[in-house]
Design a binder for this molecule. Sequence first.
Ligand code: ADP
Ligand code: MG
Length: 246
Amino acid sequence: NGTSNSPLPKHRVTAKGSRVPEHVDVFEALTDRYQVPSRLLENLSNNGYNRPTGIQSYGIPILLESRDLAAISPTGTGKTLSYLLPIMAALGAPAASAKSDAGSGVRAVIVAPTRELAHQIHNECLKLAVGRKWRIILFSKSTASTLADKSVRDKVDIIVSTPLRLVSSLQAGNLELHNVRHLILDEADRMLDSEFLPQVQEITAACTHENVQKAVFSATLPANAEKIAMKMLRDPIRVVVGLKDT
Ligand code: ADP
Ligand code: MG
């Protein structure tokens, strides 16, 4: 049958919120429905991603429809692609290109609790962006100092970072987030705990664009974190993926 080549387990998915977009069963549907460039989808099959996982099948359409999202899905279910694909589909021309009408400043920010995780997300980003000229930065001490030059950072499209790094650059006046259209909190249970929350709030406050889309992704979301997330998000859709038989 058509699903036997999927390496990932089947999941049961619930999606709650107003006007929940229809999920997709195959990646190709994203081109028909949302004009996702087929070049992006080619990078998926080149990486052996043949079918969307549960969170991808529900989460990608929601984000492509510019909705805010709280996504709760177990570890290993492909949450990273769920937000990277919609970001890349929406980016259009690189900020550095003459064709870009993006204006100045980074347009997508992904925040993760550890350097190790940020590093993994950055790698996934590079795989999906093969053939595209976007500047995708893993924020570190050295990249932060390079980006202290505004003419350099205005050519950046996507930043992946830990919260503290972003906050340091914001406080030093070496980073603007006013053109950010996509703000993602990965491992949101950590991002919204008492250690990181003040930093996350500072980052959120700096993303002043009226159309900023926010999404949180996590394997679990304790009640307190969920309450904070729901306040942070605008008319969010909440997607929960559970392993079958649990
Ligand atoms: P999570 O963040 O939910 O823990 P990841 O995004 O790290 O999961 O993905 C887990 C693994 O599954 C990664 O190795 C990733 O490359 C792979 N993967 C993601 N989506 C798919 C897919 N649609 N088909 C096959 N493999 C996938
Ligand atoms: Mg993850």
